[in-house]
Ligand binder design. Structure first.
Ligand code: TMP
Length: 197
């Protein structure tokens, strides 16, 4: 048996970070060998992404920095999985497919196809992807810190549409109503993860 690779996706303010942290704490209590990681990563590559966004770099540069970060992160994730760990990842490739497709659509004909082709070079498919769906206006109201350039209603609407389209074609997605309580959402995630073990 190898480990399990579980990803948490959704627009900014959807609550996926809170739930991934709760799931991590609960699974640790069950004595599972569990890792919680995130993208952008907490490395110089993640800092490079933050800088690219802050300096308003063009969407192509931003897309390439997210993918550079991931191509290294995947090497580490594979090592954890080989050790049979359960790896929880707060954002992963579907973030690129949803956000960068929305950003790149004025620049090229089929951004999703282009992004997916690049991912073939370092592809690692999650066992489960939890997708947290929320009304973008409500999601924005939940964000208390200074908003990033991505955190605008129209843009997040497009991003969420992209997420839903990805989920339609792929059984690994589990769609969750992000307006449920933390307890309900955490329980749903734990139940699903236990189911595949
Ligand atoms: P975070 O708020 O979850 O840390 O993510 C940072 C921002 O980066 C968030 O607005 C989503 C965005 N993002 C992308 O646009 N593409 C990606 O591939 C990833 C991982 C994040």
């Amino acid at each position: 048996m190898t480990g399990q690779f579980i990803t948490f996706e959704g627009i900014d303010g959807s609550g996926k970070t809170t739930i991934s942290q709760e799931v991590y704490i609960r699974l640790q209590k069950k004595n599972r060998d569990i890792i919680l990681t995130r993208e952008p990563t907490d490395t110089w590559r993640g800092s490079m992404i933050a800088k690219a966004i802050e300096e308003n770099c063009n969407p192509l540069t931003i897309a390439l920095t997210f993918m550079a970060d991931r191509s290294e992160h995947v090497i580490q994730i594979r090592k954890w999985l080989e050790k049979k760990s359960v790896v929880l990842c707060d954002r992963y490739m579907d973030s690129t497919f949803a956000y960068q497709t929305a950003q790149l659509s004025p620049y090229m004909k089929n951004p999703l196809e282009w992004l997916q082709t690049i991912h073939h070079l370092f592809y690692l498919e999650p066992d489960i992807t939890f997708l947290f769906i929320i009304e973008p206006q409500k999601a924005l109201q939940r964000i208390k810190r200074k908003r990033s350039t991505f955190e605008k209603k129209d843009f997040l609407e497009r991003v969420q549409k992209n997420y839903v389209a990805l989920a339609k074609n792929d059984k690994r997605f589990i769609i969750l109503d992000a307006s449920l309580s933390i307890e309900e959402l955490t329980k749903k995630c734990i139940d699903k993860i236990s189911h595949i073990q």
